[in-house]
Design a protein around this ligand. Structure first.
Ligand code: ATP
Length: 260
């Protein structure tokens, strides 16, 4: 974990003992500061700070109901923000609508219902680019390169794909706009264990080609193994922040959140 002497003003906002510097990145692509957010009148997140640098791979782990998905939804304009700010690429996007965020270079793959089941694979991918005046053929080629099964099945209805293929399609759709930051909410949920590694490899490859990733995962050990930095969120607050490697090695994190 980071030394306490590292703490900045933003980190001072962290409430839990042992919280490291939650905002350690110079000139971050995404900067969440002091975020209080939730649904209707219900506040779920308290004073959350989170950074993602350009090209960085950041993961959020933590117990069920901690508010991990709520962080992602807040970044994508899908919650009620009570306080704090969200900046992306030097613009204040706090409370901005999802339609405007995709223009800004933000892609979001929700955990559930993330494909149009009644449309074909190709139509789903076309929907991913609907905000553009001209269809980006080169993006389709890139997505088919990353996920060849989607090209093989381009005329098949998305609802008939397997869970893993639907997840690839959802990611492919978000990649059609070549986002600078891709938000992935539990991409491995519901996948057979032998498919999970393959999916994580593909996410690594997306990151290797320059797209920053912010990912929520239940599969915490694997996610921390692969990411640059991780946040452990508990009851709507940052509890630990560090490199994935340091979090995996931390006794308290291991004992409390990674099953020993
Ligand atoms: N649309 C909603 N309206 C009201 N409360 C909600 C809504 N969505 C989530 N919540 C509540 O917000 C809290 C945090 O949920 P969230 O899905 O962000 O947690 P999570 O850490 O992602 O959990 P999990 O790992 O189980 O997906 C939970 O108590 C949940 O019941």
């Amino acid at each position: 974990m980071s030394d306490a002497s590292d703490t900045t003003d933003a980190a001072d906002a962290s409430t839990a003992t042992g919280a490291a510097d939650a905002a350690p990145v110079d000139d971050p692509l995404l900067a969440v500061r002091g975020l209080d957010a939730g649904y209707g009148d219900l506040q779920i997140l308290s004073d959350v700070d989170l950074d993602v640098a350009d090209g960085e791979y950041v993961t959020i782990v933590g117990p069920n109901g901690a508010g991990k998905s709520t962080v992602m939804k807040s970044v994508f304009g899908l919650t009620h923000v009570f306080g704090g700010s969200i900046r992306f690429d030097d613009a204040d996007i706090t409370g901005a609508a999802p339609e405007s965020l995709v223009h800004h270079g933000l892609g979001y793959v929700p955990q559930n219902e993330n494909v149009f089941a009644g449309l074909s694979v190709r139509e789903n991918l076309e929907m991913g680019a609907y905000v553009l005046e001209e269809f980006p053929e080169e993006r389709l080629v890139d997505v088919y390169d990353r996920f060849p099964i989607l090209e093989e099945r381009e005329d098949q209805r998305a609802g008939t794909l397997s869970g893993g293929q639907q997840q690839m399609l959802a990611m492919g759709r978000a990649l059609m706009l070549d986002p600078d930051l891709l938000l992935l909410d539990e991409p491995s949920a519901g996948l057979a264990p032998d498919l999970v590694d393959d999916l994580f490899d593909r996410i690594d490859a997306i990151n290797d080609s320059g797209t920053a990733i912010l990912m929520v995962e239940q599969n915490a050990k694997e996610a921390l193994r692969r990411c640059d930095r991780g946040y452990v969120l508990v009851q709507g607050e940052n509890r630990f922040v560090d490199t994935g490697e340091a979090l995996l090695a931390d006794d308290e994190v291991r004992k409390q959140f990674l099953g020993g």
